[in-house]
Design a protein around this ligand. Structure first.
Ligand SMILES: [Zn+2]
Length: 577
């Protein structure tokens, strides 16, 4: 964490459908927590993503719906962007790969590699659909997986065992459009010679791993190691398609071809950065070509091959770029103990959740972070959702804040009391909570988001226990004397929770901080400028030895969470089946 600035990228969602909760728990929440943490601690951070809009699956989906591919991606770009924003994923820029900036930038990148003579170029046979009069790249073809023998593997990838292969390795292929058995026809393509970069990858990847185990998680390391062991083959980076970024006419024998979607989508991270920098009058090269920048990528585990092998090779081959410092991938989230499948409609769609549970973004965020598949696949069920909400958010956190705020209102007219003499347990408690910003931060920096959230939640548990033990509301001889101190200390805990929750539950954090009259990160938009009031750095929270000062009048008590009723859960379960 000694780097000057951070570029955080979240995998580009593919614009052929809406976002589901698996995407959130796998990529967008981890990336958002990390970016928010760095931002509240006043680091220079740029957090970017955008929709991935070219490639065969989009043309297939558009054909099914009898619309133009552009119309399809326009629709999903808007809906994906909107629902991610609503759930609180706070990108600095969310771009799209059909933008002009991206086409221009991808071709610049491509041309540089082409001029360096880096690509291999050769003719080989590819499947051709005689009935439809077109070549059949990638998902236009189905067949048996050469690895696990799954019967519905795509031309470039098996969804069952997760391996990627070249199209000529697929067994008994047939056309996904006409179902006909395709013919082999000669065509010419450009290839990225991955095999030539094996030593580079081993050196970069394995050495970095040995130097610092935090750089990549175990799952990423194991997968990359096995890819390197199997060996790498040249990968075609052009396609015979009409939906993509066309290869310039100056390149001979490449008429009617486009860049392979994976090749240009990876460049999409750079394009999104450029787009933001142009808007904000910054130099984008600071983020991609300066050694003082740390690039941290959050991806799905099905994208490891492209991010850990192809992208670093592309950056290295270009020559001007720095390499990512960390690539983080989670395992999968199952729903009701079944693997998420968009084709079988076994998913919980984000836009639907937002509609069914208005103003309850943080409930979903909480449940997904609490059950995040950091080390192994985990399960989401509606019963878990209800239980996590009712017995944790409502009973522990909501209850703690409600107890102190209502006590403060009835007995102290909303004014923060001046503490009296501290007892031994008060001093111990204060010194205990002071270490929470540090330990929570350390956990976030090492990508242990579940544990980090648990820690913050532990503060509410501690607060509740303290209140129950001290019973400041009980009448006794030294009633005011003692209750002043207990309430004062409880308020410090509540303020601390308000700050530390920001990366995880930003909506709740804002409410708590507002109640406590503390600084929030809320962005206020006026007609001319965007003004962001930044919170205090975690490190300096206890600088004045307290978070909330005595004598201040606090804000209105706001309800944080509601009980989720059985009827709602039953309705959701019924909708799933
Ligand atoms: Zn397979």
């Amino acid at each position: 964490m000694t780097k000057k600035r951070f570029l955080i990228t979240a995998a580009l969602p593919y614009a052929n459908g809406p976002i589901h909760i698996g995407h959130l728990s796998g990529v967008y929440l981890p990336a958002d927590i990390f970016a928010r943490y760095l931002k509240v601690n006043k680091k220079e951070v740029l957090f970017i993503s955008g929709t991935d809009e070219y490639g065969v699956p989009i043309t297939i989906k558009a054909k099914e719906k009898k619309i133009e591919p552009q119309k399809l991606v326009d629709k999903y770009h808007v809906s994906i962007k909107k629902s991610l924003k609503q759930i609180g994923i706070k990108f600095d820029n969310f771009s799209r790969t059909t933008s002009k900036i991206h086409s221009k930038n991808s071709l610049l990148f491509f041309n540089k590699l082409y001029k360096k003579n880096l690509f291999l170029e050769y003719e080989n046979y590819q499947y051709y659909d005689n009935k439809m009069k077109q070549f059949l790249p990638d998902r236009y073809i189905l067949g048996i997986c050469p690895n696990c023998k799954y019967k519905k593997a795509y031309g470039d990838q098996c969804e069952k065992c997760g391996i990627y292969f070249n199209i000529d390795e697929l067994l008994t292929p047939y056309s996904a459009i006409s179902k006909e058995i395709p013919k082999l026809k000669k065509t010419r393509h450009l290839y990225l010679p991955l095999n030539k970069y094996k030593n580079f990858l081993i050196k970069w990847f394995l050495r970095k791993w040995n130097q610092n185990k935090l750089l990549f998680k175990n799952n990423v390391y194991a997968q990359v190691k096995s890819y390197l062991k199997i060996g790498l083959k040249p990968r075609a980076i052009t396609r015979d398609l009409n939906w993509g970024i066309p290869i310039p006419s100056s390149i001979p024998k490449m008429k009617n071809k486009v860049l392979y979607v994976w090749f240009e989508a990876l460049i999409g991270y750079i394009s999104s950065t450029i787009e933001w920098c142009e808007r904000n009058k910054k130099d984008w090269k600071l983020y991609w070509q300066n050694k003082k920048t740390s690039i941290i990528q959050f991806i799905g585990k099905d994208n490891i091959f492209f991010h850990c092998l192809i992208f670093p090779v592309m950056l290295k081959a270009h020559g001007s770029y720095i390499l990512p410092e960390t690539i983080s991938a989670n395992e999968f989230l199952n729903i009701e103990n079944r693997k998420i499948s968009t084709s079988k409609n076994w998913a919980i769609w984000l836009h639907k959740y937002l509609k069914d549970f208005p103003n309850q973004q943080d409930v979903l965020r909480y449940v997904l972070i609490r059950n995040m598949p950091e080390k192994k696949d985990t399960n989401f069920s509606w019963n878990i959702f209800q239980k996590n909400n009712n017995s944790e958010l409502v009973s522990i956190l909501g209850n703690f804040i409600f107890r102190i705020m209502s006590f403060l209102k009835t007995k102290f007219n909303c004014f923060v009391p001046v503490p009296n003499k501290y007892f031994k347990q008060d001093i111990e408690l204060l010194s205990l909570i002071k270490i929470y910003p540090k330990i929570t931060g350390e956990l976030i920096k090492t990508y242990k988001f579940r544990k980090a959230l648990f820690k913050v939640f532990n503060l509410a548990r501690i607060g509740n226990q303290y209140l129950s033990k001290e019973e400041p509301w009980k009448t006794s001889n030294n009633y005011t004397y003692r209750s002043n101190t207990v309430l004062y200390i409880s308020l410090q805990i509540a303020g601390l929770i308000g700050y530390l929750l920001e990366p995880f539950l930003p909506f709740t954090s804002e409410k708590i901080l507002r109640m406590m009259c503390l600084k929030t990160t809320k962005t206020t938009k006026t007609t001319k400028t965007t003004k962001t009031t930044k919170t205090t750095k975690w490190k300096s929270l206890f600088r004045a030895n307290c978070i909330i000062k005595p004598g201040i009048k606090l804000g209105k008590n706001e309800l944080l969470f509601n009980i989720v009723q059985d009827s709602e859960i039953k309705r959701q379960i019924k909708n799933m089946s």
